[in-house]
Design a protein around this ligand. Structure first.
Ligand code: UDP
Ligand code: MG
Length: 316
């Protein structure tokens, strides 16, 4: 088939020292199978991106490289988050001559064998293959619920995204080079990649529990990402607040008329409860709106600085 196609598997790693000894051999196995089947060239490689881990992850990656040179490593100067670490890996992999890049989490919650199916879909002419998991049985109820609600909200807000798609994805070198033209710093890969276009396919895959170690995401971190995803792509929240504002002003006018009529008829002034209520309601709405607008202004502020996404410390 296509012996010349050079594949890179990019694996972001943050404090993954427990899981690497388990996941690295399984990824190697998959590469060996594909090389044996002539699906990919023997020059293909697995690139671990150390995202400023505070444990011995980088030492572990160096050890892997010493054992098999196709295990490569990229050491970032500090923790920049999964998105930026993945981007760093994608860009380096293309620089190193990869024709296609698969990104997969270090904990192998996604099936490494599915990479073979992704590569086949790539060889059939797809520039992007989205890994989509049908069931989330292995995630906690809370995580499932919040993830579901998030996807639905995104859709309502008009962001194009692939339902239940994680960061398990194949991208051609061409897509990654086009991606590099998107200069924004508030990056949400899952939203950007569909914007680039080209032919794409969806691969349904299972999602498993982590092989070892614990999740690197707290709900706080997840909320940050969700907010980022919405405010980076949609101005609808601003319009929603505006509509709400109009409705509340209309209600206020109604109340004003009611008060005027009450006074005309000489009815005693009503209790302070309604007054207090409106103060709190309007105050709260004000804060909400200001916060929301502030979020966008904050983004403009960040974007205007054009700061680099990551800094490289070492490569092997
Ligand atoms: N990760 C990273 N930088 C971070 C947080 C996470 O590179 O700041 C990596 C992590 O090592 C893993 C992937 O992102 O390979 C997904 O993280 P995790 O499995 O902890 O997330 P979950 O599956 O629980 O959503
Ligand atoms: Mg995980």
């Amino acid at each position: 088939m296509n012996q010349s196609m050079k594949l890179a598997i990019v694996v972001p790693c943050f404090n993954e020292v427990e899981v690497l000894p388990l996941s690295a051999p399984r990824l190697r196995e998959v590469v060996d199978i594909m090389v044996a089947q002539n699906l990919i060239s023997a020059e293909s490689f697995i690139l671990f991106v150390n995202d400023g881990s505070r444990d011995a992850t980088w030492t572990a990656i160096r050890g892997l490289h010493a054992g098999w040179p196709a295990f490569r490593g990229l050491d970032l100067s500090k923790n920049v988050g999964q998105q930026n670490a993945t981007i760093a890996g994608m860009e380096l992999a293309v620089d190193q001559g990869a024709d296609a890049v698969v990104t997969i989490d270090a904990d192998l919650q996604d099936n490494p064998e599915d990479i073979i199916k992704m590569v086949r879909l790539f060889l059939e002419g797809n520039d992007v293959v989205y890994g989509v998991h049908s069931a989330r049985d292995t995630d906690s109820f809370m995580k499932r619920f919040t993830a579901d609600a998030f996807y639905k909200l995104q859709r309502k807000l008009g962001t194009e995204s692939v339902y239940n798609h994680s960061e398990f994805r194949l991208m051609s070198a061409r897509v990654i080079r086009e991606f590099a033209k998107y200069g924004e710093r508030n990056m949400y890969l899952r939203g950007i990649i569909p914007l680039i276009g080209y032919d794409s396919a969806i691969l349904n895959c299972e999602r498993h529990p982590r092989l070892a170690g614990t999740t690197k995401y707290s709900y706080r971190k997840l909320t940050g990402i969700a907010l980022d995803a919405i405010t980076s792509f949609s101005e609808k929240p601003i319009f929603m607040i505006l509509t709400l504002g109009i409705i509340f002003v209309a209600i206020a006018v109604g109340i004003g008329i009611y008060v005027a009529v009450s006074l005309w008829h000489g009815i005693a002034v009503h209790g302070w409860a309604s007054t207090m209520l409106s103060i709190w309601l309007v105050g709260g709405l004000n804060l909400l709106a200001t916060g929301l607008v502030g979020t966008y202004v904050g983004k403009i502020y960040i974007e205007s600085k054009h700061r680099p996404r990551y800094h490289i410390k070492d490569k092997i």
